[in-house]
Ligand binder design. Structure first.
Ligand SMILES: [Zn+2]
Length: 120
């Protein structure tokens, strides 16, 4: 299952970025997921929540932000964001488009209770 390995990966990253004795304080994990990454967020949340059961991270919550697809026009170089899969340039209507973003999967920050934000 795709989402399960992603959830395990996220947990691995949290474990390596937060000091061990502070893991229990992690309350919000901010995740950026590109619309093109093909991740089922509900399934990812489910996998994450079951993977952290009975671990120091059990009170943490995954906050998923969906990042739009970013395209660049090959004719006028305009960069724009789109939420659908119709790739035309909003500026010149050109259809020669390069996709330059929207497939990312990154932890943008980890928030600890009563602490400052940890930026990844
Ligand atoms: Zn254009």
């Amino acid at each position: 299952m795709h989402e399960l390995s992603i959830a395990q990966n996220i947990i691995r990253i949290i474990n390596s970025s937060v000091e061990k004795e502070k893991l229990g304080l992690a309350d919000k994990i901010y995740l950026k997921v590109g619309r093109l990454s093909n991740i089922l967020t509900e399934s990812l949340l489910f996998c994450f929540n079951s993977a952290i059961e009975n671990t120091p991270l059990q009170n943490s919550e995954l906050a998923i932000e969906i990042v739009p697809i970013k395209i660049q026009c090959n004719d006028c170089n305009q960069i724009s964001a789109t939420d659908d899969f119709i790739f035309t340039c909003p500026s010149c209507n050109g259809s020669s488009i390069t996709v330059i973003g929207g497939d990312e999967l990154v932890i943008s920050s980890i928030h600890l209770k009563d602490e400052s934000e940890y930026i990844k």
